[in-house]
Design a protein around this ligand. Structure first.
Ligand code: UD1
Length: 430
């Protein structure tokens, strides 16, 4: 297994190109199941999760071609992917594939919409909580599907097709909102989704569905009104820039000090995060090219945060922010309200000298101002990058094990950091 070696202490200076958002690219790829025509996606990030979903979609019969890199193009420009689901050959998504990545469960809704039946294994993914699928099932039942769970599989049937309905979510869920949307766009009649998640990635998928001929109102709000259409066409769409990657490199720059332009970033998709970082004493400026992040000399101020659905502070940046707060001049409290088990990075950060105390869903982080390198282990996708951030500021060498978690969600991470002066290197496993 690969490892990443980080020698801390260097400031970050330069430019980092922000990749396409993983959490938009995955449901966009899945949306291809809804049409017989080709969906062309640009700026799809080169990630292990994207490769995994490719395999899952190919298993259903989707024909996928990936355009090669153009000369002079770097890995972080992503790739152009053409997905054609002219004929769906299999409506089962098996355990061996779905258990590796939670988002692959999301094929359920478009498969029923298109074929009237689907059998999808209960999901896996990052071990960050129980992550049930009751809201996904509720959404599909409201659209007229009959759903049962047998032998670890969700089996859904709607032989006469899905029908529009009112879906009122008791809890905000990104995945269940995607399911409701993907199910409703080709259902017979109208659907109203209330208490929908408002994450920009959902807006991106909705925008793409509109290009494919879907009729959706209220994009970007918590009420989505959909008028079902009989079929969707092909379309061409560019994946939005990754706000979680943007926030991650903003925090890395804040932690290490320096001046970095996050090129192509969309600051309007992470306003809560930039406000929090400004409170922490980081200088951030939206520019024509993206987001410029600077911290020169001044120390980091402690700031309390609580994770919330968008537009609140994202749970996917909680671990990275905790790493930053380890370097603050005082004590901060970070409360995780979305996933109950998302503090696995705490014990690894402690190996680097962090002083963190857990009280239920809150972590009290006593900034030490000084971390020291150590051997640490990645436990999930976002937790692993928090260890990289801490390692950038730690004295001496940090060795991060189980790097495959990072490869699931960060495109060319070492390359991007090295270009800004960090000493980061991948040690390829035997
Ligand atoms: C998505 C993101 C993930 C992010 C999360 C929250 C992708 C591929 N993944 O995950 O990176 O951390 O949103 O922003 O976009 N829940 C239920 N029942 C359900 C579904 C969810 O109770 O049927 C609960 C979950 O346990 C959790 C909360 O709802 O407590 C939010 O989860 P959800 O928004 O669904 O997360 P995902 O879509 O899995």
């Amino acid at each position: 297994m690969d490892r990443i070696r980080i020698r801390g202490g260097n400031r970050l200076n330069g430019r980092i190109e922000i990749s396409g958002a993983k959490n938009a690219a995955l449901p966009l790829m899945i949306a291809s199941l809804l049409s017989e025509e080709t969906l062309t996606l640009h700026r799809v990030p080169r990630l292990a999760d994207v490769r995994m979903l490719q395999r899952i979609l190919q298993n259903h019969g989707v024909d996928i071609t990936v355009a090669g890199k153009r000369p002079g193009q770097n890995g972080h420009h992503g790739e152009t992917m053409r997905l054609n689901a002219k004929s769906i050959v299999d409506t089962t998504a098996p355990y061996e594939l779905v258990s590796k990545m939670r988002a692959s469960f999301w094929v359920l809704a478009p498969l029923i919409a298109r074929c009237g039946e689907a059998k999808v294994s209960l999901p896996g993914g990052c071990a960050i909580g129980t992550r049930p699928v009751d809201l996904h099932i509720l959404a599909l039942e409201k659209l007229g599907a009959q759903v049962t769970i047998e032998g670890g599989y969700v089996i859904a049937r709607a032989p006469k097709g899905l029908i529009g309905g009112n879906i009122d979510f008791a809890k905000v869920s990104v995945g269940a909102t995607h399911a409701a949307l993907l199910g409703a766009v080709t259902a017979h009649g109208d659907t109203i989704i209330t208490n929908a998640a408002r994450e920009p990635e959902i807006g991106d998928v909705a925008d793409c569905l509109v290009k494919m001929g879907a009729r959706i109102e209220g994009i970007g709000t918590s009420t989505l009104r959909i008028t079902g259409v009989p079929r969707l066409t092909g379309a061409e769409h560019t994946v939005i820039p990754d706000r979680i990657e943007t926030g991650t490199y903003a925090m890395a720059t804040a932690m290490a000090g320096g001046d970095v332009l996050l090129a192509g970033a969309r600051p309007d998709t992470l306003e809560t995060v930039t406000a929090v970082l400004k409170q922490a004493g980081v200088d951030l400026r939206a520019t024509n090219e993206g987001l410029r992040v600077m911290r020169n000399g001044a120390g980091i101020e402690p700031v309390n945060v609580e994770t919330q659905p968008y537009p609140g502070f994202p749970t996917d940046l909680q671990a990275q922010f905790m790493a930053l707060m380890c370097g603050a001049k005082g004590t901060s409290v970070i409360r995780e309200t979305i996933f109950e088990n998302r503090f696995m990075h705490v014990q690894e950060l402690a190996r680097l000298g962090a002083d963190i105390h857990l009280h239920g869903d809150s972590a009290e982080v006593r900034g030490t101002g000084k971390l020291t390198g150590a051997q640490v282990m990645a436990t999930d996708l976002r937790a692993s990058v928090s260890l990289v951030i801490a390692g950038l500021a730690a004295e001496g060498e940090t060795m991060l094990h189980r790097v495959y978690h990072l490869d699931r969600g960060f495109e060319t991470l070492e390359e991007k950091l090295v270009a800004c002066g960090a000493e980061v290197e991948r040690v390829v496993g035997q």
